[in-house]
Design a protein around this ligand. Structure first.
Ligand code: BGC
Length: 744
């Protein structure tokens, strides 16, 4: 029993604490109102306006005098693409010349690192390591904040099931549940212990919403989907990010069922600001308010501005629709001033929470910038994250790991010595590529000597010529092992980088074939921002590592995995198709009335007559140098009532020769429901480290939440009936099964 007195005093502290929190909140709201009362309509509109700076990273801020003048007049709330404290200070000084001295917010696309480039987000998601993902975002935030940035345009949490869409690289893949965990981890990482600390930046969750479902995988394209799919597949990561306290959201370029996201009040007002009670602000995507004109949704920027603000879009990035029209719209009686006030309140509130009204220069510390941007610990974390992101797709006859006394190693391919390519799209540009470890350098570092390596380029990434194959073949002949490093170039996947052909570009697969014919043992490394198609390689080559774009420490991380200093543990966060014709392909599809049981079962079945229905590599798949067995499944009960729980446990054993981590995944299927349910849905996972021979008991809980889905009325419900439980090493490698019943 808790003694009375300490309990009362604890209660007292708690009450005093919450009063203090309330007082603090009230104070910020009151402060916001006191500023708002002083503002002219033009100044209010100015706060809702964001421009990009196009000044070089070094050198003085010159030109663009109109923008600079607007800052001095208090007609700008925020800027993006301003790099470095020197520039943010200079611009903030201009803002301090304005009548009300409202500080500027500096935003930046910090997608996978600021000074230290981490793996692309899709690669990080492959780690299934939420702590490491949060740490990566934390480091990015620390560096960005030290560089004068207050606000990062991340995390991108769009579910993507179409690898033709180049922006698949920015998200966490195809699964809503995994996507939600990663989204929350990234928000926590960026915002750290909370806004107001000088190492915390505001997260901006994007792109709200459903941008990942662009028709045909073509960027900026329309999205047409049912409410059920929206709520069940595309919204969960946004909801999780809002619940994790994300400060801001960005809407998106696409229209959703005919209404552009920037003017979509169902998304912004009803769901985000309404149902989810989001108190931050929403910024448009770049120019997206103005782009409603070519969409055919509004006739001019005047109408565009009205449609956007009425739908809940608070800040206009770069379309200048607000700055040119909002004041007039208010004067014409087309937009109530209260709508403007609402947006300005939301924006000012964040500026207060960031502490910028107390000290507009608190993110402008050159000494901190120098120190934090050169912190060697950040590189260590980048290497760790990169190793965790590499997926071992194939390892026939245990070709990997290599021994350091392997003999001569031929390193062949267009990416072998590449540096900038290792960064991938959306990296923050720095002039020195010395910072990046190429694959060649990583191998040299590992082997301790360059004379153990032989290099040949073989071909360029996108070449159609085989002219240099001969040199590559002779390099392979001199070697004991051949490492072929192929893939995309960094500008092939990213924004506006949709592709219809996802095969390894150029003659790279022919190069692999030519080297394979030498009879030498071959390991293929594939760098890319999306799932590529490489069936011949997958069928023939004994060892394949998917190395995505891993950032500054790419070479070292790859060498760590190749030589077994790290046992690969990553699992694909997205299905890899066999052919473009299978797209979209994802594991949690519905069953049809005529499901095909296998690839021979085609007669009047839901199948392709000319292609397998299965992906080349399934969601959740990834090998290790060791092996794991699953056994002893126990359920605390085979049935539950609403409000009750089942505890599940099973034994996981490392049955191989290496210490390693397994990502044990569990899935559910609701067997009969009032809406058709997926064949399986990921509901949880445990990443467990085990030494050879070691076992662990893994436990998890099934409760009503895990059994719920959005019904026809979009209510979140669990319906009584039977559920199948599947536990395994991948979505297509289920090792343990059971069934249980939800009674009522
Ligand atoms: C992208 C956003 C990005 C913005 C600012 C847009 O083109 O869609 O994701 O944050 O540009 O750079």
């Amino acid at each position: 029993m808790i003694p009375k007195l300490p309990f009362l005093s604890l209660l007292g502290w708690w009450i005093a604490g919450s009063i203090a929190v309330q007082a603090q909140k009230r104070t910020i709201d009151q402060k916001v109102d006191s500023v708002l009362r002083l503002m002219t309509l033009d100044e209010k509109v100015g706060q809702m306006n964001q421009y990009s700076g196009n000044w070089a990273q070094t050198g003085p801020i010159t030109g663009d005098d109109d923008k600079l003048q607007e800052i001095k007049e208090g007609k700008l709330g925020s800027m993006l693409n301003i790099n470095g404290v020197r520039h943010t200070r200079e611009l903030q000084q201009l803002a301090m010349q304005s009548r009300l001295k409202i500080p500027l917010l500096f935003g930046q696309d910090v997608i996978h690192g600021y000074r230290t480039t981490f793996p692309i987000p899709l690669a990080e998601a492959a780690s299934w390591d939420l702590t490491a993902i949060e740490r990566s975002a934390r480091i990015a935030a620390t560096e960005a904040a030290a560089g004068g940035i207050h606000w990062v345009f991340a995390p991108m949490v769009d579910i993507a099931r179409d690898p033709r869409w180049g922006r698949i690289m920015e998200g966490a893949g195809e699964d809503p549940w995994l996507g939600a965990q990663v989204a929350a981890a990234r928000v926590k990482g960026f915002q750290g212990t909370g806004l107001g600390h000088t190492d915390a930046v505001m997260a901006c969750v994007k792109h709200f919403a459903a941008y990942g479902a662009a028709i045909g995988g073509r960027d900026y394209n329309s999205v047409d989907m049912s409410d059920r799919t929206l709520w069940e597949v595309y919204l969960p990561p946004f909801k999780a990010a809002a619940e994790a306290g994300a400060a801001t959201f960005m809407n998106s370029f696409n229209d959703l069922n005919g209404i552009p996201a920037s003017a979509n009040s169902y998304l912004q007002r009803d769901i985000l600001k309404g149902k989810w009670k989001f108190t931050g602000f929403i910024v448009s995507d770049w120019g997206s308010i103005g782009e409603m004109i070519p969409h055919g949704f509004v006739k001019d920027n005047y109408d565009a501005a009205r449609a956007a603000i009425m739908a809940g879009n608070d800040m206009d990035m770069e379309s200048r629709s607000y700055t040119k029209n909002l004041a007039r719209l208010v004067k014409d009686g087309k937009v109530p001033v209260e709508r403007v006030n609402e947006s300005v309140r939301r924006i000012l509130k964040k500026k207060f929470e960031m502490g910028l009204f107390d000290d507009p220069f608190r993110f402008c510390n050159e000494e901190r910038e120098r120190r934090v941007l050169n912190d060697p610990e950040h590189r260590k974390s980048a290497r760790d994250m990169a190793r965790k992101s590499i997926v071992l797709l194939k390892n026939q006859d245990q070709l990997l790991p290599l021994r350091t006394n392997v003999g001569k190693v031929a390193v062949i391919g267009p990416l072998a010595k590449a540096k900038m390519q290792m960064l991938g799209f959306w990296s923050t540009e720095w002039p020195d590529s010395d910072y990046i470890v190429s694959e060649w350098e990583g191998l040299r570092n590992k082997l301790g000597a360059e004379n153990k390596l032989i290099y040949a380029k073989g071909c360029g990434i996108d070449d159609s010529s085989r002219a240099n194959f001969g040199e590559a073949i002779s390099a392979a002949r001199q070697a004991d092992i051949v490492i072929v490093t192929v893939g995309e170039s960094r500008d092939m996947t990213g924004e506006a980088k949709s592709r219809s052909n996802l095969h390894l570009p150029g003659v790279q697969e022919d190069l692999i074939r030519a080297l394979y014919e030498t009879g030498k043992p071959i390991v293929v490394l594939i760098s890319a921002g999306r799932p590529l198609i490489f069936n011949w390689t997958a069928d023939h080559v004994p060892a394949i590592l998917y190395t995505w774009w891993l950032g500054d420490e790419a070479g070292n991380a790859i060498a760590d995995v190749l030589f077994g200093d790290y046992d690969p543990s990553a699992k694909l966060p997205v299905s890899f198709p066999r052919a473009e014709g299978q797209i979209p392909i994802y594991y949690d599809h519905f069953n049809t009335g005529r499901p095909a049981l296998n690839d021979s079962d085609r007669f009047y079945r839901s199948a392709y007559n000319d292609l397998s229905i299965y992906p080349r590599f399934a969601f959740g798949y990834g090998l290790s140098y060791t092996s794991f067995s699953y056994s002893d499944l126990r359920l605390s009960s085979k049935s539950l009532d609403a409000g009750q729980k089942i505890t599940v446990s099973f034994k996981l054993t490392n049955t191989g020769a290496y210490a390693g981590e397994e990502v044990a995944q569990w899935y559910l299927k609701d067997e009969v429901a009032s809406l058709v349910r997926p064949v399986k849905e990921l509901k949880g996972f445990s990443k467990v480290m085990l030494r050879p021979g070691e076992s662990a008991s893994v436990q998890f809980i099934i409760d009503q939440e895990k059994l719920s889905f959005y019904n026809r009325q979009l209510d979140w419900v669990a319906e009584p009936g039977t559920f199948e439980l599947m536990i395994g090493s991948a979505s297509d490698d289920i090792r343990l099964h059971s069934k249980f019943e939800l009674r009522k």
